[in-house]
Design a protein around this ligand. Structure first.
Ligand SMILES: *Cc1c(COP(=O)(O)O)cnc(C)c1O
Length: 373
């Protein structure tokens, strides 16, 4: 379950890994709906011992992330298992811009006196290096949601840290194909497999990957005790989805860059945030740490919340929906999400995927023009 073998590109590994090899076995590990197994092999009860279906997913994603993976019920379940490792009184460093669920989880624990939280700006590399010396959990998310700021993971993961400290990177937006946090020296890489790994808006799952065996066992113990186990069908579908990750990402990235460039020239668009644009504040870092700039674009309109809501109401090919990384492009006004009121009111987050670039552009352009105040 280690790093994909040298000489095989991750694009090939993602297709070939996590399959049976015995003659006569199904090519795909089937969904095995079993809570218990005949005793004698070390696999007795699925919540404790896993299932072949979960393990197929763990093998594929673990290889992509270059570590040993553990699948959970959702991205948040995997993230909660990491926070579950903290002793009372721990110090957590959290990005100023990050997934609202993680900010909510950190705030809820801080309110109950479990830990304290320090927020650091994603791009403030010196600030991160400073907190690395004192924090017990250094939580990074890059590119960040929804401002798409890129952290200098290479520098931050190499900074001296407190013994036993965990550096965890939410790698959902980059996917393991665009960014390798464990190669930079992070302790953990996290995926909301609900997004690009599953890729079809039909499941919730999460994956934590590490090279630290003791931490892997501790996370597995947490999964066992809290029951945050993935569903059988979800794990099966996530493996089926991840097979096409490289293709989906490659195409979507090309389209995203083209759309970001065109949006930047649009008279009714005030600002475009896409790490692949030279105008992006962390473009230079993105060029260094990412293999690709990703498929998410955030843009502000020349207008307020009503303008943005009207644009979202005008699209059809692009679905007005939350979430990202599936086969259908989606967009939403992020400040409308609870806990995201600090964002620019007209900011729209667009997840670009596999439709034709011109069709997407034509719809976006007409939706904006038709809604103009
Ligand atoms: C969606 C998401 C999560 C949470 O994952 P779920 O599978 O919805 O629990 C965490 N981090 C990021 C960056 C996400 O986009």
């Amino acid at each position: 379950m280690e790093k994909h073998p040298p000489g095989i590109k991750p694009e090939s590994w993602v297709v070939s890994a996590g399959r049976a090899s015995e003659p006569g076995a199904p090519l795909n590990v089937p969904p095995i709906p079993a809570s218990n197994f005949i005793i004698g092999t070390g696999r007795a009860y699925s919540r404790d011992d896993g299932t072949p279906t979960w393990e197929a997913l763990e093998e594929v994603v673990g290889g992509l992330e270059s570590g040993k993976a553990l699948a959970f019920a959702s991205g948040m379940a995997a993230i909660a298992a990491v926070f579950d490792q903290l002793a009372v009184g721990a110090v957590v460093a959290l990005p100023d811009d990050c997934y609202q669920g993680v900010a909510g989880l950190a705030a809820a624990g801080a309110e109950r006196g479990r830990w304290s939280v320090q927020r650091v700006a994603v791009e403030d590399t010196a600030g991160w290096i400073r907190v690395c010396a004192a924090a017990d959990l250094i939580w990074l998310e890059s590119p960040s949601n929804p401002l798409l700021t890129v952290a200098d993971l290479e520098a931050i993961c190499a900074a001296p840290r407190k013994p036993g400290a965990i550096v965890a990177v939410d790698n959902t937006f980059a996917t393991p194909l665009n960014q390798q946090p464990l190669e930079f020296g992070a302790t953990l890489s996290l995926q909301s497999a609900t997004k690009f790994i599953g890729g079809h808006s039909d499941l919730l799952a999460g994956i934590a990957t590490t090279r630290d065996d003791a931490l892997w066992h501790a996370l597995r113990r947490s999964r066992e005790l809290t029951g945050a186990t993935p569903g059988i069908l979800e794990a099966f579908l996530a493996v089926r989805g991840v097979r096409t990750l490289a293709l989906r990402l490659q195409r979507a990235q090309q389209t995203a860059l083209a759309l970001a460039e065109r949006l930047e020239q649009h008279p009714l668009v005030a600002r475009v945030r896409y790490p692949g644009l030279p105008s992006h504040p962390t473009h230079a870092t993105a060029r260094r740490v990412l293999r690709g700039f990703g498929t998410i674009i955030s843009f502000d309109l020349r207008g307020g919340a009503e303008f943005a809501d009207a644009v979202c109401g005008n699209v059809q090919l692009i679905r007005h929906a939350t979430s990202l990384g599936a086969v259908e492009s989606t967009m939403e006004r992020r400040a409308a999400i609870p806990g995201q009121g600090h964002l620019p009111p007209s900011l729209i987050r667009l997840s670009v995927v596999i439709e034709d670039a011109d069709d997407l552009w034509n719809e976006l352009d007409s939706a904006i023009r038709a809604a103009a105040p």
